[in-house]
Design a protein around this ligand. Structure first.
Ligand code: ADP
Ligand code: ASP
Ligand code: MG
Length: 465
């Protein structure tokens, strides 16, 4: 059971989570918890301030966050209030020291940053374990850094799967056998040498899937602030509704292309272990949830959801040297490789390659190198829209419906994924909300869905929501 930051944002939220776990203790859960909401942002901002040599401001900026933790401790704990207050104070002091070290370094030290940022998850795991004990549930905090072993790529470390599975079992099995609920911070790990690492923003979901796979859990539950995966981002589409079932592939595409509710890497360990993922609402535990599992178990609905991602940069590289030549694409992608920059969507013609980047941090040097291959056109402030559904494979005419719905919006970089379950394209960021809303109305508008049911749905299949 993984609880995200918004599920532990204050004392009532912690109490609510403890109750959700208590009610389900008979199924012997392992709990993974994120930092309190906004804590990771605050920690990262403090690192930046310290690096700008303003250590005093960096330390002061975190006072409010420690105050929030102390409020949870004093609001919910009795016998353990003392030791937990001491823990918060110790972490506060430790971070002060680490921030001072950040300020003395000539370059931003990412291992120091990870050590600082990890304190959000370490604190919330310790506090949640204590809140559970207060509620009469046997629970113990386990340092996730003893379970999740990673490479040394700080800030977005890759887990060493064999070692992680081994260590996770070693650390947790005994506790589970003794009916004690282990509570781990998500998102954090450590190198084999013992340095703290983190798995990338939103990585607690990934921790939960890794732990679930290591223990061959019956299910991985992601408890968050919405009722499962919705047909579109609720920030953009007020009528978005819960999708009851998704295949692993559908969930992976949605997560990758912007449905923040699930970290994209969560799917892999679950697929390999054949473990279903259930996404539930901690604010309304009995509301509908989404179950992610193997394809054969999903409803054959044509379009399941529309994801979108903003802040995208698209590049078009044009070169006559591409015509009939081999080695060109390799040379091109090696440039992105060297700059450790992931390319999301790619389309090619005979003389040009268009692609999209989420992370444009190294853009100037990437462009400089690309210009040696051909002319480069850059468009910033773009968005990617991704329409997903297993039924896209077998239903003709979906592309026509998508593009006629937004025919007045300029579309670039159209790509149908190799799995043929998604259709992805780039548009101007400022028109993305409008595009998603219109597509949602086209594919999920109530009357239209009812009208189409008989045509596209197998008997007994469910309609999303
Ligand atoms: P947590 O703190 O539980 O990890 P996140 O903020 O990471 O929660 O993810 C939940 C959020 O994801 C929701 O509040 C919602 O705003 C956003 N979101 C974006 N797209 C979707 C979608 N298709 N379905 C559900 N939530 C989505
Ligand atoms: N606390 C981390 C973050 O905010 C990890 C997570 O919440 O999943 O990115
Ligand atoms: Mg999240």
């Amino acid at each position: 059971m993984k609880f995200g930051g918004t599920s532990v944002e204050d004392a009532p939220a912690f109490a609510n989570v403890a109750e959700i776990i208590r009610e389900r203790r008979a199924s012997r859960p392992v709990v993974v918890v994120s930092a309190m909401s906004r804590m990771t942002d605050a920690l990262l901002a403090s690192v930046r301030q310290a690096w700008d040599r303003d250590v005093r401001a960096a330390i002061l900026s975190l006072e409010y966050q420690f105050g929030r933790h102390n409020e949870v401790v004093s609001g919910l704990l009795t016998t353990e209030a003392g030791p937990m207050t001491v823990l918060v104070e110790n972490v506060r002091r430790e971070i002060g020291e680490l921030l001072r070290s950040v300020a003395t370094r000539p370059a931003l030290c990412l291992s120091l940053q990870d050590a600082i940022v990890s304190s959000g998850e370490r604190l919330s795991a310790a506090v949640l374990a204590a809140v559970l004990r207060q509620a009469g549930v046997a629970a113990r905090e386990v340092d996730a850094r003893r379970c999740i072993l990673t490479d040394e790529n700080h800030c977005c470390a890759t887990p060493l799967i064999k070692e992680t599975f081994l260590k996770t079992r070693e650390q947790l099995q005994q506790l589970i056998g003794d009916s004690v609920i282990p509570v781990l911070g998500g998102f954090i790990g450590s190198t084999v040498g013992g340095e703290t690492t983190t798995l990338g923003r939103g990585g607690s979901d990934y921790t939960a899937a890794l732990v679930g796979a290591a223990l061959s859990a019956r299910e991985v539950q992601i408890w968050t602030d919405v009722s499962g995966v919705l047909t579109a981002s609720p920030h953009v589409e007020g009528n978005a509704r819960t999708i009851p079932r998704l295949s692993y592939a559908e969930a992976a595409e949605l997560a990758y292309f912007g449905a923040k509710v699930l970290h994209p890497k969560t799917i892999q360990p679950a697929v390999e272990g054949g473990i279903p993922i259930r996404i539930c609402n901690s604010r309304s535990p009995t509301s509908p949830a989404t179950l992610v599992g193997a394809e054969r178990e999903t409803a054959p609905q044509t379009v399941k959801a529309i994801a979108h991602k903003t802040g995208i940069t698209t590049l078009q590289i044009t070169s006559a040297r591409m015509l009939g030549a081999y080695g060109f694409l390799r040379a091109l992608f090696e440039i992105f490789d060297r700059h450790r920059t992931a390319v999301d969507v790619v389309t090619t013609s005979e003389v040009s390659v268009s692609l999209s980047l989420d992370d444009a941090g190294n853009l100037p040097s990437i462009i400089e190198e690309l210009e040696r291959l051909g002319s480069v056109r850059v468009e910033q402030d773009q968005a990617i829209v991704c329409v997903v559904g297993e039924g896209l494979r077998s239903t003709p005419g979906i592309a026509a419906r998508i593009f006629s719905t937004i025919s007045d919006i300029n579309v670039s970089l159209i790509s149908q994924g190799a799995s043929r379950i998604n259709l992805t394209f780039a548009i101007d960021e400022e028109r993305v909300a409008e595009a998603v809303t219109r597509l949602h109305e086209e594919f999920f508008g109530d009357l239209k869905v009812k009208g189409r049911m008989s045509k596209v749905m197998a008997p007994g299949a469910q309609v999303a929501g």
